[in-house]
Design a protein around this ligand. Structure first.
Ligand code: ADP
Ligand code: MG
Length: 241
């Protein structure tokens, strides 16, 4: 059992305070959804958790099983067990997905024996064309293929916690179902903890949230069960602002 704990997190970007004190605790196997209007700071939260350059932490902490994540570089956070699926996956010309996974597994001291089989099996589960792993990472892939590619990597690497920044953006219904179903399965199979940022309750048909948080203007203004998302569909964010 692992715990990702965010306490009083405040952060600024380009001289503007965006996160104004975020408290959030996610445990292994739990799915926490974060919903909120555009500009609330949802992507900023994911960026600060992973250590994307350009963001300044003004206060608070992010720990994984008590280890200070803010004190170590992004690659060490990834090895510690944090995994971000970006809203717009980065294209990396010249690096193939399988080469990247081999490096990642080696850095985790897990070895690459059977990696090709593992990739094929993960690709099969989400209807991803495994032939694409020997092409440049995400280059010229469709929106759906990119998210399937990212989800395949998540399946192979088996992190402790996944942060999904709008997994549903740029995805057609079939790709969304495949990816969301795979992440939900990981919460049972490998006890994955999930922080799922989304605008759409449609995601929850496959990925079942235990807790829904509503974020407005850099703060979590409400937390509750899945019914909170249904209420949001009816009332909109105005009721929470
Ligand atoms: P959300 O994901 O909830 O839509 P973001 O975290 O992307 O919101 O953005 C929150 C606010 O921070 C927005 O007002 C956005 O313009 C600003 N912001 C985010 N990143 C940057 C940046 N690199 N430079 C300047 N402003 C930024
Ligand atoms: Mg965003």
């Amino acid at each position: 059992m692992s715990t990702l704990e965010i306490k009083g997190l405040r952060a600024e970007v380009a001289g503007k305070e965006i996160l104004k004190g975020i408290d959030l605790t996610v445990k292994s196997g739990e799915v926490h959804a974060i919903m909120g209007p555009n500009g609330a700071g949802k992507s900023t939260l994911s960026a600060v958790i992973m250590g994307k350059p350009g963001y300044t932490v003004l206060g608070g902490s992010v720990t994984l099983d008590g280890v200070d994540m803010l004190a170590i570089p992004t690659w060490e956070r990834a090895i510690a067990g944090l995994h971000l699926v970006m809203q717009y996956p980065t294209e990396v010309p010249g690096v193939h997905a399988d080469q990247m996974l081999a490096e990642a597994l080696t850095a985790r001291q897990r070895g690459t024996d059977g990696m090709a089989d593992r990739i094929a099996s993960e690709a099969g589960r989400i209807n991803f064309d495994a032939g694409l792993v020997s092409r440049a990472l995400n280059v010229d892939l469709s929106g759906g293929e990119k998210k399937r590619n990212e989800t395949m990597q998540l399946g192979v690497l088996e992190p402790k916690f996944a942060i999904l920044d709008e997994l549903d953006s740029g995805l057609d219904i079939d790709a969304l179902r495949d990816c969301a179903r795979r992440v939900e399965a990981a919460t049972h199979e490998s006890n994955l903890g999930v922080l799922a940022i989304t605008h759409y309750v449609r995601l929850f048909e496959e990925l079942k949230p235990d807790i829904v948080h509503i974020m407005v203007a850099g703060r979590i203004v409400s937390s509750g069960g899945p019914e909170l998302a249904d209420q949001l569909e009816i009332d909109g964010y105005a009721a929470f602002a």
